[in-house]
Design a protein around this ligand. Structure first.
Ligand code: 5GP
Length: 190
């Protein structure tokens, strides 16, 4: 998506460890008219799917998912990162390894908010190694709901996540795919 690529080139900052910081418009301060355009684009890309729920993971996916949800006219449910899991049977649980914090944490979702009748679009800000997305996919599978697709704002195409998700046969749409990045250049997949 041209608009997003231009914004990354203008305001993105590449940090050591293959981290792209987009704090000025997406991950800390949020440019709402801009994110609104991302929401519209997700709707255009998944227009033919019977999506009735958007699933994301806290924290940074939530704002993006909420804006997109207005175009899908559906609720958003977000998986929570938990310190310890209380296995009382009311929750779906999975484990996710954090790319940015390098630790494994439990992720939970109340069973009543995801059921076999649901047709789910998963949304997140970044796709790197795919752990966050695979965790969300695991939760949807446990619930018996249907995964209609996954929408990612920025995929780092030089990491393995995109391939792993596409190999599962999941309809994955990334609004920008970065093929390589250094301190002074970001190259997008054309
Ligand atoms: P993965 O689970 O695919 O390895 O990493 C995805 C998650 O890690 C995203 O939810 C995102 O929060 C975080 N992440 C991964 N790479 C980056 C990055 O380059 N920049 C930022 N801001 N977050 C990232």
């Amino acid at each position: 998506m041209r608009l997003l690529e231009e914004r990354i080139l203008k305001d993105g900052v590449v940090k050591p460890g293959n981290i792209l910081k987009v704090d000025s418009f997406l991950n800390h301060q949020m440019d709402i008219p801009f994110i609104n355009e991302l929401g519209k684009e997700f709707k255009r890309l998944f227009a033919d799917k019977p999506i009735n729920k958007i699933l994301t993971i806290e924290a940074s996916g939530i704002g993006i998912a909420c804006i997109a949800a207005q175009y899908f006219n559906c609720p958003v449910v977000f998986a929570k990162k938990a310190q310890s899991v209380n296995l009382d049977g009311d929750m779906y649980t999975t484990k996710v390894e954090s790319f940015t914090h390098k630790k494994v944490y439990d992720v939970i979702l109340a069973k009543r908010y995801l059921t076999p009748e649901d047709h789910v679009l998963i949304i997140d800000d970044f796709l790197a190694n795919g752990c966050a997305l695979l965790g969300l996919i695991d939760i949807v599978k446990k619930s018996g709901a249907t995964i209609e697709g996954a929408g990612i704002v920025i995929e780092k195409g030089f990491q393995e996540g995109g391939q792993r998700i596409r190999d599962l046969g999941i309809h994955l749409e990334s609004l920008a795919i970065i093929d390589s990045m250094t301190d002074n250049s970001v190259i997008f997949r054309s």
